[in-house]
Structures are given as C-alpha cells and as structure tokens.
Design a binder for this molecule. Structure first.
Ligand SMILES: [Zn+2]
Length: 397
C-alpha cells in the first residue's frame, strides 16, 4: 500500500544577510513510498490518492537515516546491574578478563544485545556497523548469536558485521576462524594494532589484506598505535591498499596516532588517505587522543562517528546515542556556525542534509529521520531528541 508522509520540511538552502548565515531555508514536502521505496517527493498541499495511508508529519524536519558506524553487539553489559570496569594492566589483560566475564555474564548474549539495539533504535539509529569478536576460544559462537538476534530485526534496521580478531590476528592465531566467519556472513574484515599487539606489522597486515581480497570485502581496523608505530602502520597500509587496489574499501577506527604527526606530515598523509578513499571513524574520546577530524574532513577524508563502548568491560560510560557523540564532536572542534553544524550531520548519516533540489530522491529506500527542530544545526547543537525514524517505509521509533 502507498503511504504519504505529509507536512514535513526539507532543508534546501541557507538564509543569509550581509554575509552572516542566520538560519536554514526549508521547503514543505510530502513523501510517498511503497514497498519500502520512495516513489514521489511532492508539494505537501497536493491532494493524494484517498486509498493511500496519510500520515501527518506535523511540520517536522526530515533528515537522512542515522547510522551507528562503530559498535560491539557482543560486548554490551546493558541489562546487568551496575558492575564497574575491572582493573587491567594491559590490552592483553583487558581482553582476557573481558572474555572470562562475557562467558559467565549474569545475562544472556541475546538479552544484552537486544538491550543495546533497542537503546540505539530509541535514539533514532536504523543502520549499524558492529564488530564481532572472532578468535579460537570463541570460534563462531558470538557471530552466530548476533545473527540470530538480528533475524528478528530485519524490518527495523540494516547492518554490517565486522569479523574482529580482538585477541590479535597473529597473537591468537585467528586466521582460520576469521576465514570461517567471512564464509558465515561477516561482511568486513576487522583487525587491531598490528605493531603493538601482533608485533609484526607486515605479516599481520598482509594476512588482513589476504582475507579481504579473498572474500572481496572491505576492512575496518581498530588502530590505537601512536607515534612511530602509527607512522609505520599508515605507510604500510597505503602501500598495501594501492597494491591490492583496495581504494574506498578501507576504514581505520580510532586512528589516535594521526594526532602525533607534525603539520606537514599530517598534510601529506591526509591527502594520501583522501586519494585512496580511506575512511576514519572516531568514537570522539575526551582523553586527548581524538584525531584531527575537521582537518581530515577538510583534506577530503571521509569521516564517521560511532558510539563504540556502551557500558562494557572497557568503559562504564556511553548512552548509545550517536547524536550525543556528534554534539560532543561539534563542541570539541568548535563547530559553531549554521553551516558547520549542518555539515557535521554527515558524520552520522554519510550524506548531505541540505541540497538545493533536496536530498530526498525517488528510488531511494524510504529511510529517514524526523525531528522537531528548526534546522539540522539546531538538532545537532541543542540535542533535540529524534521524534520518529523510518526504515524501508516502516516507522521504527
Ligand atoms: Zn571498538
């Protein structure tokens, strides 16, 4: 059946006076969709087929689908009564303890993961990229459990699953299990610190690219390497990306080391990242390791935001709201103007919120977000809650 979402506003341009942008121009539209696809974007005042279901959007602003680009479905403790983060002297000790905890957690994997998904859906997200731990001790169990939970959410969200060798691809000898995970439906190859954790940059990255090219999937690596380790990492990454022709298929999460480079070093590396379509994803940490995201963006590097830790064995924090992270980003990087705040939304949507002819197009999946805000800028700066989200034409929130 046809559905018409009437009386919603789309941003088309900025409002300017003597060089100052004081707001955003919006146009009132009606969005018609059928079988999950947008079939018309028209004037809101038009009369519509009386057989369609008509929804009154109540003058809400319509924005692109919100995406959670870095989360761990298998690590959440949501639903478990308060339990603080245990002390750990090293990364190895941290994930060793984490595994023990998760194996005997007082709430099932399914319940914890459902709590995480529901929390993010309530904040308006309908696309998830989740890393799932893969190593010989856990085998495919977490992946299988995650897929089982996701099978009940097919009408509410879409997702990407990253096979993630949390205990080190080489260190935990995870190569074969990674292969199995990619055969079993993981859609990206993950990785973590080939220098400081795996202790063999070339071998670790070679095996990662081997997996990616063998299964023809993109990659998303957790990289916390600093200083010279980061320099060596990015140089090897660029070399292998070019060699494998893996441009536009490589993402680096965290990328703390980008901060450690001097000005000209940054300029050179950032343009190489842009040229090779290497994406950077950040969870907007507050402890001075955040990469220079606005500088990366200015250099043409694609950047995204994800929540990452949401009450897990690594962090007691995180509220599962990507908009909260985006607000934090805007504040850290001094994104004060109407334009800067509007453009920042791309970090959680991957597409522009403002276009002269409107970003909503016929033929697009009917995925969008409604918010009772004057503009994207107000939505981002004032943390206005999402009032509704639609996924494939169905209202989720
Ligand atoms: Zn992570």
């Amino acid at each position: 059946m046809k559905t018409v979402l009437q009386n919603v506003r789309i941003e088309t341009d900025y409002l300017k006076n003597a060089g100052f942008t004081y707001g955003t121009k919006t146009k009132k539209v009606a969005i018609t969709f059928e079988d999950g696809v947008i079939t018309a974007v028209s004037d809101s005042e038009e009369s519509f087929d009386p057989k369609s279901a008509i929804i009154d959007g109540k003058n809400a602003l319509v924005l692109p689908q919100l995406r959670e680009m870095h989360v761990h479905f298998d690590k959440s403790k949501l639903g478990i009564p308060w339990y603080p983060v245990e002390p750990a002297d090293s990364l190895v000790q941290r994930f060793t303890k984490e595994f023990e905890y998760l194996e005997s957690a007082p709430l099932s994997f399914e319940e914890r993961m459902k709590n995480l998904i529901e929390l993010e859906l309530a904040h308006g997200v309908t696309h998830f990229r989740s890393h799932i731990d893969i190593h010989p001790k856990v085998g495919q169990r977490y992946l299988e459990s995650a897929q089982k939970v996701l099978s009940a959410y097919t009408d509410k969200l879409d997702y990407e699953l990253v096979a993630f060798p949390q205990h080190g691809l080489l260190l935990s000898d995870a190569y074969d299990e990674m292969k199995t995970a990619l055969r079993n439906g993981a859609t990206l190859v993950g990785g973590v610190d080939p220098v400081s954790l795996d202790q063999n940059l070339a071998l670790s990255l070679n095996q990662t690219f081997e997996l990616a090219t063998q299964f023809n999937v993109p990659m998303d690596l957790h990289i916390h390497e600093r200083g010279d380790n980061a320099r060596a990492f990015f140089s090897k990454l660029l070399e292998l990306t070019k060699e494998a022709n893996w441009q536009n298929k490589v993402t680096i999460s965290h990328a703390y080391g980008l901060r450690d480079l001097a000005g000209t070093e940054q300029d050179e590396l950032f343009s190489a990242l842009a040229e090779n379509g290497i994406t950077i994803i950040s969870s907007i940490p507050l402890n001075f390791v955040i990469p220079p995201l606005t500088k990366l963006k200015a250099a043409g590097v694609k950047t995204f935001i994800g929540c990452d830790n949401i009450y897990d064995c690594w962090s007691p924090f995180g509220n599962g709201d990507v908009m909260d992270k985006l607000n934090r980003y805007a504040e850290i990087f001094d994104q004060l103007s109407q334009e800067e705040l509007t453009e920042s939304l791309e970090l959680v949507t991957g597409q522009k919120a403002l276009a002269l002819d409107g970003w909503l197009k016929v033929g697009m999946a009917a995925n969008f977000t409604l918010v009772n805000a004057d503009s994207t800028a107000e939505f981002v700066a004032r943390k206005i809650p999402v009032s509704a989200s639609y996924f494939n034409g169905k209202q989720v929130k």
